[in-house]
Design a protein around this ligand. Structure first.
Ligand SMILES: [Zn+2]
Ligand SMILES: [Zn+2]
Length: 113
């Protein structure tokens, strides 16, 4: 098996795998399998979760075009999802909740050892 040659960077803040505690990769769904890999770090998950729990302001809604798709699940803003933006990538409230639960599980597994 070939090792990945490029360093994994968080798609939202640009930090490398070495600089953050955890990095959660995109879930492999056939529908979006051919898209570029996207990663989100534990920091961005925390920030994004807080942001997406709040209702987006009208200003923020307008700043995200309807054509923008969640980089994780490929669904659009127009489907009623809330999107958190960073460095040209987006994550919706559904996906960030999923990432948060994966993160929590991994962190508590680490603490148990
Ligand atoms: Zn990040
Ligand atoms: Zn999504």
């Amino acid at each position: 098996m070939a090792r990945p040659t490029n360093i994994t960077l968080c798609s939202f803040c640009g930090k490398s795998h070495a600089e953050v505690r955890k990095m959660i990769g995109k879930m492999s769904r056939p529908r979006v399998y051919s898209r570029p890999r996207v990663y989100i770090c534990d920091n961005c998950i925390t920030v994004g979760t807080d942001l997406l729990e709040e209702e987006l302001s009208a200003e923020m809604r307008q700043s995200i075009p309807k054509t923008v798709l969640c980089s994780f699940c490929g669904r659009s803003h127009a489907e009623g999802l809330k999107l958190f933006a960073g460095r040209g990538k987006f994550i919706c409230n559904n996906c960030i909740t999923l990432c948060k639960s994966v993160l929590d599980r991994e962190l508590s597994a680490e603490m148990a050892t």
